[in-house]
Design a protein around this ligand. Structure first.
Ligand SMILES: [Zn+2]
Length: 314
């Protein structure tokens, strides 16, 4: 295919994708009312829950909103030596993206199954996908370096190299008049998850434990790339469950992508992610890829990379 044909094909694809998105938005709006009722009852149920272990709730039965079918942008050819250089490139995500000609081209290649050097499993890479079907590999992975960001309410930490982007996000939210944000929970070690999960199983049995807490090795928090945030004001900081209705929560939903963070568990996408909506749970994927995610209108990493839905454990 010539360059001109590729450009024409891509423009056509973008037009189709936009048209389809309008249809999907209309459908989503119609089904939103049903999902809203379900969400409200879930939130009421959550009232007494311990703050940290409340992630990993079961799939909402009313979550029938379809994943938008996004027209595939033609993928760039993978760079020379893509397969052979996998180990080397994995250590330098920025260089890998550049070799593809940018984040959008790399993303399209991954979706097309034409990027053998782009691993979605390597827990050190910012675009790794962890869900109920995809545990961390290795299961005991821990980031090389962690840091407690200045904006924190507990001694929660994040991977050291994403702390600056988190602080930029916090500063920009304040500058924009949205108010103050703080990190409530970040990195959780495998061992911490084991003890949390085991005590839940001991107290309630496995079925209820699975509804309350991610199984050890299946939580994004083990990457150091997930941040549970709370809104703070003159009276102190709220809980994670209170973030959604605040100006901070609104601002994050609109702007976090600009700093490399996405809202990982959105309303209406439980069937893909396996998690009820968590407006407080931010996931770092890097600003370049987050821009592609935002501009493409995606709502889950599963959808973004064309992966199977992960509603539950295998
Ligand atoms: Zn979280």
């Amino acid at each position: 295919m010539s360059y001109a044909q590729r450009v024409a094909a891509r423009r056509r694809a973008v037009f189709l994708r936009r048209a389809r998105r309008v249809a999907v938005i209309a459908l989503a709006a119609a089904t939103m009312l049903v999902a809203e009722v379900s969400l409200i009852s879930q939130l009421v149920d959550r009232g007494e829950a311990a703050a940290v272990v409340r992630e990993g709730a079961p799939e909402a039965p009313a979550a029938l909103i379809p994943v938008p079918v996004i027209e595939q942008v033609e993928a760039a050819d993978p760079p020379e030596g893509c397969a052979a250089d996998a180990a080397l490139r994995a250590k330098d995500p920025a260089a890998l993206m550049k070799a593809f000609g940018g984040a959008a081209a790399m993303h399209a290649a991954v979706r097309a199954g034409d990027a053998p050097c782009v691993s979605l499993d390597d827990p050190a890479l910012p675009w790794v996908v962890v869900n109920k079907q995809r545990p961390l590999d290795p299961i005991h992975y821990a980031p090389a370096e962690l840091r407690v960001p200045p904006s924190h309410v507990t001694d929660a930490s994040l991977r050291a190299d994403v702390v600056d982007s988190f602080e930029q996000l916090v500063a920009e939210a304040a500058n924009a008049g949205a108010g103050s944000l703080s990190l409530f929970s970040g990195y959780r070690s495998y061992d911490t998850q084991v003890s949390t999960y085991d005590s839940q199983v001991g107290a309630r049995g496995q079925q209820k434990a699975d509804a309350l807490s991610a199984r050890p090795g299946f939580s994004e928090h083990q990457l150091g790339l997930a941040a549970d945030v709370v809104a703070c004001g003159a009276a102190g900081c709220g809980t994670i469950y209170e973030l959604g209705g605040t100006p901070q929560g609104e601002w994050l939903a609109q702007n976090s992508w600009r700093f490399g963070w996405i809202i990982r568990y959105e309303h209406g996408h439980t069937h893909a992610t396996g998690y009820e909506p968590e407006p407080w749970h931010l996931r770092y994927i890097g600003p370049e890829l987050a821009a592609v995610y935002h501009e493409g209108g995606y709502h889950s990493l599963e959808e973004f990379f064309g992966l199977p839905a992960a509603p539950d454990y295998r």
